[in-house]
Design a protein around this ligand. Structure first.
Ligand code: NIG
Ligand code: FE
Length: 429
């Protein structure tokens, strides 16, 4: 296998061309090529254009056409691989019981306050072995791959102590080695206050900064640092302190911001120059303006709003204000136990009034920017990784239109076909 691939005759080649986030009205500019093709050599995209252009380039460049595996994408849309830029992928146990409580009227935060919620998953993750977490992670990644995901971000935060946080991050590194999906690790030790630190949140942040973060940083196990900046969890001041120190240790800042109540998380993200601010259900007008001005990627997670029966983030207003919006699943055992990119897309269309084009930009180039990777993934541009999705349908507009149904037929990672719905009953190939 030489990772050389030619995809030709795409009804729509949706390039999402660009090397940085698309802000505001630029999100609708997808650089679509009819009867499109792309050539990948040694895992990297080398040529993008009409089929006629790419075939004549292969001839002119004196390349041997037979050195390329070929896929005829007639009648299908071809897009960059999706980037799921916000997940909590590695955890033990489940919260199926809590789901029932929430349906019966308990609130997410009430359940956390009485020691359940995230803290329940902390107990289950502390007691799970590295091997158990790895097997669970691989199964979840297989499911994500079928939804077209070629890069996923994964947060720790179900340990809240050094050993378990490091165990989670080590499992992520192993998943990255074992699975075709690239796994991008985020340290989120400040995901909840462990019971032994209740009322002593600052002391807990001290422990994270003195013991846990240095271990994660010196082992090079995390690229980003995230914090649950929320009423009853960590304040704006505590979040600022943590993220400032994390940056000094080489970790780029992200925030769970304004998820349950308006707290000024979006403003803090802008002040710190965070890579992204995520959730934002209750982001203020000022916070939206600040994110647009500072270039923080506003990462919206409509599956979580749906699952919590909460109001949706104001995605339309954010784009109209000039923000770069990304969409992600927030896959986790509590507030959104779903890896369905298809559901996220439908909810963004129906409840946030995003167009199909904006949704595609939000799942590709802007999600890549939310992981500081817009230079290498997120679009079909020469020089980028050969990460590609082929749909069953002729246009990207089918993605939200097929409400909650997965329109992905094939997934290519670094130039290699790694998933095909049409072969082996759709198993990873
Ligand atoms: O993004 N809000 C905090 N963290 C997650 C949920 C984690 C959990 O409930 O296990 C979120 O919603
Ligand atoms: Fe989250």
């Amino acid at each position: 296998m030489n990772n050389n691939l030619l995809i030709s005759h795409a009804a729509e080649l949706v390039t999402c061309s660009g090397f940085g986030p698309k802000k505001g009205s630029a999100m609708a500019e997808l650089g679509i090529i009819g009867d499109g093709a792309l050539a990948i050599e040694k895992g990297k995209i080398v040529r993008v254009g009409t089929t006629a252009d790419v075939l004549s380039w292969i001839r002119a460049a004196d390349r041997d056409r037979r050195a390329f595996d070929t896929i005829d994408a007639s009648g299908k849309a071809v897009l960059p691989g999706f980037v799921d830029s916000h997940t909590h992928l590695v955890f033990g146990g489940d919260r199926v019981e809590e789901f029932g409580w929430r349906l019966a009227g308990d609130s997410y935060m009430e359940i956390l306050r009485r020691g359940g919620g995230i803290l329940r998953t902390v107990a289950d993750t502390r007691s799970a072995s590295h091997e158990e977490l790895t097997v669970l992670g691989l199964r979840r990644l297989d499911s994500m791959l079928a939804f077209g995901v070629t890069t996923v971000e994964s947060k720790s935060g179900y340990g809240l102590d050094r050993d378990t946080e490091i165990k989670q991050l080590e499992v992520m590194a192993e998943l990255n080695r074992l699975h075709p999906i690239d796994v991008v690790p985020t340290f989120m030790g400040a995901h909840a206050v462990p019971p032994e630190f209740k009322g002593r949140e600052d002391a807990f942040i001290d422990v994270l900064l003195e013991e846990v973060l240095p271990a994660a940083a010196s082992l090079k196990l995390a690229e980003f640092c995230d914090v649950f900046c929320e009423k009853g969890v960590f304040t704006v001041a505590q979040s600022r302190r943590l993220l400032t120190a994390a940056r000094q240790a080489g970790l780029k800042p992200k925030l769970h911001a304004d998820e349950i109540v308006p707290l000024g998380g979006a403003e803090l993200a802008a002040e710190l120059g965070a890579v992204s601010a995520d959730h934002l259900l209750h982001a203020s007008d000022e916070g939206i303006r600040a994110m647009a001005a500072s270039g923080v990627v506003a990462t919206l997670l409509p599956g979580t709003a749906f699952s919590l029966k909460a109001p949706y983030a104001r995605g339309r207003a954010m784009i109209d204000a000039g923000c770069a919006v990304a969409l992600a699943t927030d896959f986790n055992p509590g507030s959104c136990f779903s890896e369905s990119v298809a559901l996220v897309a439908a909810l963004a269309a129906i409840h946030m009034n995003l167009s199909a084009g904006e949704i595609v930009a939000a799942l590709t180039i802007n999600a890549a920017a939310a992981l500081d990777r817009a230079q290498v993934i997120g679009s079909l541009d020469p020089g980028k990784q050969g990460d590609v999705v082929i749909l069953e349908n002729p246009s990207h507009r089918f993605i939200p239109y097929r409400v909650g149904v997965n329109a992905v037929e094939k997934v290519i990672k670094n130039g290699v076909l790694v998933y095909d719905k049409l072969s082996q009953g759709g198993l990873r190939c």
